[in-house]
Design a protein around this ligand. Structure first.
Ligand SMILES: [Zn+2]
Length: 282
């Protein structure tokens, strides 16, 4: 791939909690709603303009409770005005349609995985019926999906959905790399993903997330090639092999440093909303 000289603003998404890491893994991971709101505010002030949200029970176990999602959304709206709020409909916190029962609370965005693949210890199952239902709910509540591409076929699925008007607005595709038993962080594949998105969906924006030790390198590849990127403690709890991250904001600051290295300005929330065509809800 020819190196793209693209100095467009880079949107940083922060995935604050996820479903997997616990306080035993890193005591700084936000679990309660109040901790999540505080962590998001710090990350927002550090430069993140999208927050990707999961919710947990107080003991740290996974939850898909719509009331918790609503409380988190209300807190983030209050303390991070303008920030784009994205709910996860991922498969680790619920099963079947339970994964979308929080969508009536109308986040700006929601994640949408459009195919199945393996996770470290199980199959990540996304049936056509479930994908169809989740995408319909997103259209119904005026929610922009972030398509999670764990595999090349998921990019083709995204394009099918887009061509059949099953996605509202401009497509936004996120490549996820480095999940054990799914797609590794491979530079040639990454470049092919970028080319394929541009070929199939020229109006699409793209971003990428790397898991664990691959977070930083995927941040770097995305920023270098003109895309947007995701960081945060859902994906990675360390800033180096031997040192735990002190906060989500610290990971956002490290991502900002990579943006400076490649002369990419960091998008503020207004720029991010313009790029993704997501107006503030009134
Ligand atoms: Zn997630």
């Amino acid at each position: 791939m020819n190196k793209i000289i693209n100095k467009n603003p880079c949107i940083i998404c922060v995935a604050i909690t996820g479903s997997v890491p616990t306080k035993n893994n890193n005591p700084n991971i936000p679990i309660s709603i109040n901790e999540q709101i505080e962590s998001t505010q710090q990350a927002f002030e550090a430069g993140a303009s999208i927050v990707h949200c999961h919710v947990r029970n107080d003991d740290g176990s996974v939850s898909s409770d719509p009331i918790k999602f609503k409380k988190l959304k209300d807190g983030i709206t209050k303390f991070c005005p303008g920030m784009i709020i994205q709910f996860s409909t991922g498969g680790r916190s619920g099963s079947g349609r339970e994964r979308g029962y929080m969508l009536p609370h109308c986040p700006d965005m929601a994640s949408l995985t459009v195919g199945s693949n393996n996770f470290p210890n199980r199959v990540y199952e996304n049936s056509p019926e479930l994908i169809d239902w989740l995408s319909s709910e997103m259209i119904r509540y005026n929610i922009i999906p972030e398509i999670e591409a764990f595999d090349l076929s998921h990019i083709f699925q995204a394009s099918q959905l887009f061509n059949h008007n099953r996605i509202k607005g401009k497509p936004y595709i996120q490549f996820v790399m480095g999940v054990k038993n799914a797609m590794p962080a491979d530079r040639k594949v990454f470049e092919f993903y970028v080319e394929t998105v541009k070929r199939l969906m020229p109006s699409a924006n793209w971003c990428a997330a790397g898991i664990g030790k691959y977070q930083k390198i995927i941040n770097e590849w995305s920023i270098e090639l003109g895309g947007h990127t995701r960081t945060g403690m859902e994906d990675n709890i360390r800033i180096s092999k031997d040192q735990l991250a002190s906060s989500n904001a610290q990971l956002v600051s490290l991502t900002k440093e990579i943006c400076s290295k490649y002369d990419r300005p960091v998008a503020n929330w207004k720029e991010a909303r313009k790029i993704l065509d997501i107006p503030l809800r009134t």
